[in-house]
Ligand binder design. Structure first.
Ligand SMILES: [Mg+2]
Length: 281
């Protein structure tokens, strides 16, 4: 009888080892994307031309547009086998699921299919004692440990810096601030003559806002290598890039220019891929 019990215990232990996915290892890295104004912009009252361009995503009666470079950034992250991609938005679960299922990679997979976790408003933590009329991000917080307990290997990209749990856990140290995003304008010309917090003041500000994810791809690849080479955590390596890029200033600097130029070269030469195998001129 004892032998039988031992055998059952052995089988159960073996099965639990077999079903443990690589994505659950403590050493794995995690990239978490906020959705609104980080990977997509909502477009209110789009022009007929923009609707006809098929660039917009219609989800629950709202139009969205994916930021430049999103798919390319996702593919580069997916190429790193020890990095998981999750999404954590204050939007509703149904909206997030539909939106992510409509953004496709070149291999046909959607962002919802490649996601490790998709977290939504239902997963937010309510802040006790917060005033009812306080901004949403002050009343509710994202608990990054719902993605991974090991925050050292986790970075979240978010346009709102303080949308995460505060206090002892200091989740803020694991947020890469994307800066306050501007509204979407197809060209800077559309923004000229307008004013406000969410309007780019110059062509350069408009260009930087539209290409943050293009720049982020280069920063991610460098930070990934640096974390391995320099023995620092992935989170720390990404936070160093956040400081250097300083997206919240809305100004270009040598770091953002350098990561953007690498990408521009590819565009200049007709989409040739220098860091891949194929180069077409
Ligand atoms: Mg956001």
């Amino acid at each position: 009888m004892n032998h039988l019990i031992l055998l059952v215990l052995f089988i159960l232990t073996s099965c639990s080892q077999l079903t443990r996915m690589p994505s659950q290892l403590q050493s794995d890295k995690h990239v978490v994307f906020d959705i609104d104004w980080t990977i997509v912009a909502e477009v209110k009252n789009p022009s007929k031309e923009l609707i006809a361009s098929k660039k917009l995503l219609l989800v629950e009666d709202h139009y969205y547009i994916a930021h430049n470079g999103l798919q390319d950034l996702i593919v580069q992250i997916l190429n790193k086998k020890d990095v998981n991609i999750s999404f954590f938005s204050g939007g509703k679960k149904s909206r997030n699921a539909e939106l992510l299922s409509k953004i496709k990679l070149s291999d046909g997979r959607s962002l919802s299919e490649i996601a490790y976790k998709i977290l939504s408003s239902e997963d937010l933590v309510k802040v006790e004692g917060a005033l009812e009329n306080a901004p949403f991000a002050e009343r509710y917080k994202k608990n990054l440990q719902l993605v991974s307990k090991n925050l050292d290997q986790l970075i979240m990209f978010d346009d709102t810096i303080d949308f995460v749990l505060e206090g002892n856990s200091s989740h803020k140290n694991h947020v890469f601030h994307m800066g306050v995003a501007f509204e979407h304008f197809e060209s800077f010309k559309e923004a000229e003559g307008l004013s406000g917090k969410y309007i780019p003041k110059t062509y350069d500000q408009w260009l930087l806002n539209n290409n943050r994810l293009v720049i982020l791809k280069g920063a991610f690849l460098d930070a990934y290598d640096e974390s391995l080479r320099d023995g620092i955590s992935f989170s720390e390596a990404m936070k160093k890039k956040e400081k250097l890029l300083n997206f919240q200033s809305h100004e270009w600097n040598i770091y953002s220019e350098s990561y953007f130029k690498k990408k521009s070269l590819k565009v200049e030469y007709g989409g040739a891929c220098f860091d891949g195998l194929k180069v077409f001129f």
